[in-house]
Design a protein. Structure first.
Length: 336
């Protein structure tokens, strides 16, 4: 927001610009730099600040328990402070009916933010302590891109947090708009992170063809089954791989002429377009059904025409002998 931007602009950024962070070999951050970082954290929204704290706990698990204890003491102190003012709260509230027990889900502190009741407080603390359960395994990106003429696509998985122990996770592929056996080969396996390893990769073979197609994609997933020594990332435990088609539309038959910017036959391009549509199984099946239904209408028209001629030239003429009628009986032919 503009107000937040103006507040951020008032904070001096000396010492925290890219390339100005002190490395491990330099002196520790000064008090001024620590104050600047604290002010930046206070300018964040609640969900953004919580995300930063999660990352801190993931990178330094030894801080998880102290931060959890600090949060618990702070929330409990706010809860107790509000609980000591029952008189004013009672004056603003209606008296409940006799025998009715009122248990508010939350109470408000002076700043207007709700303080969680004990069950909700425990849920928040459990969620905040989640990074302490172990290192996090997740994909390095929510989407990977590759060309169909590449033999394989490499998918990276990273480990965040403690890397001093062994971790393993299973992975697999799943169809989306791209289908296994047509655009890629279904792949599954297990990645093992040995102590000190923070990134591993697996490869998915791609299938190339000359048919033009839109950019198709498939999914890659990290499975919770047989997960060992780590937890899965909340969002990046699954990702997508987009395969970019490099074929020419409607086919590669005129690839050389198109690259040379030469004139092409319009009828030849139209024929290739028809072939492209016919290669699609949905279009091919729909075309066959349309042709069959159309021929049924033609057969019905011919049958109706034949019956009308027969009725006029044979059934309705008394001089026509009965031997020429189908049933040898004029009344039966009329009934039919």
């Amino acid at each position: 927001t503009p107000e937040r931007a103006s507040n951020m602009a008032e904070i001096p950024l000396t010492g925290i610009l890219p390339g100005q962070f002190p490395d491990a070999s330099s002196a520790p951050p000064s008090d001024e730099e620590k104050d600047v970082l604290a002010k930046l954290l206070l300018q964040l929204q609640d969900d953004e600040a919580l995300s930063v704290l999660h990352k801190v706990c993931a990178g330094k698990p030894q801080l998880c328990q102290p931060l959890q204890d600090l949060l618990q003491r702070t929330l409990q102190a706010e809860h107790d402070a509000v609980a000591e003012r029952p008189a004013q709260a009672a004056s603003d509230a209606k008296v409940p009916s006799a025998g009715r027990k009122v248990e508010p889900a939350a109470v408000l502190i002076d700043v207007g933010k709700p303080v969680a009741s004990p069950p909700a407080l425990k849920a928040q603390l459990d969620e905040f302590a989640a990074p302490c359960e172990g290192p996090v395994l997740q994909f390095t990106s929510f989407m990977y891109f590759c060309s169909e003429d590449a033999d394989v696509v490499s998918v990276d998985v990273m480990r965040i947090g403690d890397d001093s122990s062994r971790s393993s996770v299973r992975y697999t592929t799943a169809d989306a708009t791209a289908k296994a056996g047509e655009r890629y080969q279904a792949t599954s396996g297990t990645l093992v992170f040995e102590p000190g390893e923070i990134q591993k990769s697996f490869e998915v073979p791609l299938i190339e063809d000359d048919k033009w197609n839109t950019a198709l994609e498939f999914e890659v997933k990290l499975l919770p089954d047989d997960l060992s020594g780590a937890i899965l990332g909340r969002y990046l435990h699954r990702s997508r791989v987009k395969v970019i088609d490099m074929s020419y539309f409607p086919s590669n038959k005129y690839k050389a002429q198109l690259e040379a910017k030469q004139s092409l036959s319009k009828w030849g391009l139209l024929l290739e377009y028809f072939k492209l549509n016919w290669s699609n199984p949905v279009v091919r099946w729909g075309t066959k059904k349309t042709v069959v239904v159309g021929q049924i209408h033609n057969l019905y028209f011919l049958l109706t025409l034949f019956i009308n001629v027969y009725m006029i030239d044979f059934v309705f003429k008394p001089e026509v002998p009965l031997e020429k009628l189908v049933s040898k009986n004029r009344e039966i032919d009329l009934l039919l």
